[in-house]
Design a protein around this ligand. Structure first.
Ligand code: NDP
Ligand code: HSE
Length: 434
């Protein structure tokens, strides 16, 4: 039976993502009605600048008073695509207080306050869906929350930020400068309102926190995620990576400890072999490997940012929430029953690529090797290249280690910096995916 009374939607935000949500809701209205079993109507659009021309949107729907829109009594579902913490948090809470289910793309807010928002939705018997918050168009949240709900996920590794992948890809493939590539990513609508969130790894860390919580059924907040951005990655790092048959990607890596008693969550640039599927993820695409006990290795791949791809994920959630409403049901809420603690970065075990500037004289290599050995870090390969810098004979020393705990590597680097013969530590990068 088709219901004729429409489900009414308040769109909070009408920027890069919101404008595409509105466009698809309008142009695909008949298909959405058929798929949901009831018409779905855009009943109001809250923005900051009411006079801005918004193609395809009835100006009568525009308001700057999002709270009044949510409180007017006829709204069934709110789509929050404003971003940031406030006013988004208060508006989502207001929606729940007024019996309105929420679809959000806001990873920053979910990583910070996901538990409280889930609790508020659960208490009110309403839905909170957020597929678009992680990896743009890629269906990832729902497959992990629902399709893999009967399996045990042990590891998740992926590229979850489109802007930084776009920049790293341009730097690697065309030799473009960092700023030039960032400007292009911003113009294409990939970057956050403040692109610091992208390039310093906060956006990827927020997504990592959300994914870790879902993967391990525990609560992981943004502050629990170790984070390094990609602003320090240089052309020299790409040259080193190439010599090793690798490229550089900003990765999010979430792992269950071998004893199953804790988890780790981290975001940092890493070298990965050119033979690894993540190395061929170009432009603003994202890709995520999920390793589950019974399923084995799964890979999710697709556009990770941009208005239209992100709107696809929002619309998928909208259809699901509308169907739930008609069935007088709700989808899954937060699952955090394992209460696994998040271990510090020092416990993570991986490989490292370290570039040192050293004095080129007898015994230096032995001294450096001894320092690694003293900290229990085993060396895999060493490459030395001599050069004259005007102040005396110097050399570049590149050390690649076997797997070692991050704490041991940090101790090694600290000791190396104190050696007279080590002029500087040019770069430290983790090596993943081997
Ligand atoms: P934009 O900055 O393009 O749009 C933000 C919108 O929110 C604008 O329409 C703005 O109004 C409106 N707005 C801002 N403050 C208020 C307020 N106080 N009250 C009402 N409206 C307000 O952001 P995006 O569309 O790029 O991103 C939206 C969300 O989607 C963010 O959470 C982002 O992280 C997430 N996201 C974005 C992706 C992308 O590729 N862009 C991908 C995945 C998720 P006005 O138009 O008047 O300025
Ligand atoms: N700024 C984000 C990115 C948008 O570049 O990935 C998608 O979440």
């Amino acid at each position: 039976m088709m219901r004729t009374r429409p489900l009414k939607v308040a769109l909070l935000g009408c920027g890069v993502v919101g404008s595409e949500v509105a466009r698809i809701m309008t142009t695909h209205a008949d298909d959405l009605t058929a798929r949901i079993g009831a018409p779905v109507e855009l009943a109001g659009v809250a923005v900051r600048r009411p006079s801005k021309v918004r193609e395809g949107i009835d100006p009568a729907l525009i308001t700057t008073d999002a709270t009044a829109l949510l409180k007017r009594g006829d709204i069934d579902i709110a789509i929050e695509v404003i971003g940031g913490i406030e006013p988004a948090r208060t508006l989502i809470t207001t929606a729940f207080e007024n019996g309105i289910s929420v679809v959000s793309a806001n990873k920053a807010l979910l990583a910070q306050d996901g538990a409280a928002l889930h609790a508020a939705a659960g208490a009110a018997g309403l839905d909170l869906y957020y597929e678009a918050a992680v990896a743009g168009a890629i269906p990832l949240v729902r497959p992990m929350r629902e399709s893999l709900a009967g399996d045990k996920i042990n590891r998740v590794m992926g590229i979850v930020n489109g802007t930084t992948n776009f920049i790293l890809d341009k730097m690697d493939s065309t030799g473009a400068g960092y700023q030039e590539a960032l400007d292009e990513a911003t113009a294409l609508g990939y970057a956050e309102a403040d692109p610091t969130a992208d390039v310093e790894g906060y956006d990827a860390a927020a997504k990592a926190a959300i994914l870790a919580g879902i993967a391990f059924h525990t609560r992981v907040r943004l502050d629990d995620v170790y984070r390094e951005g990609m602003t320090e990655v240089s052309a020299a790092d790409f040259a080193s990576a190439k010599r090793m048959g690798c490229t550089i990607k900003l990765l999010a890596i979430l792992e269950r400890a071998a004893d199953g008693e804790s988890v780790t969550a981290r975001v940092h640039p890493a070298m990965i072999p050119l033979t690894h599927p993540l190395s061929s993820v170009r432009e603003a695409y994202n890709a995520v490997f999920v390793e589950a006990e019974a399923a084995g290795r799964l890979m999710f791949y697709g556009p990770g940012a941009g208005g239209s791809p992100t709107a696809s994920a929002v619309l998928g959630d909208l259809v699901a929430v509308c169907r739930n409403k008609l069935a007088q049901a709700t989808g899954p809420g937060e699952s955090a029953y394992t209460q696994l603690p998040v271990s510090p970065m020092g416990d993570v075990v991986t490989r490292y690529h370290i570039s040192l500037d050293v004095a080129d004289k007898p015994g230096v290599l032995a001294q450096v090797a001894t320092t690694f050995a003293e900290h229990g870090v085993s060396i895999d390969t060493v490459r030395q290249q001599g050069r004259q810098d005007g102040s005396g004979k110097e050399a570049s020393l590149v050390v690649v280690t076997h797997r070692a705990p991050d704490a041991a590597l940090s101790g090694t680097v600290e000791a190396l910096r104190k050696l007279d013969t080590v002029r500087g530590v040019a770069s430290i990068m983790r090596v993943e995916g081997e």
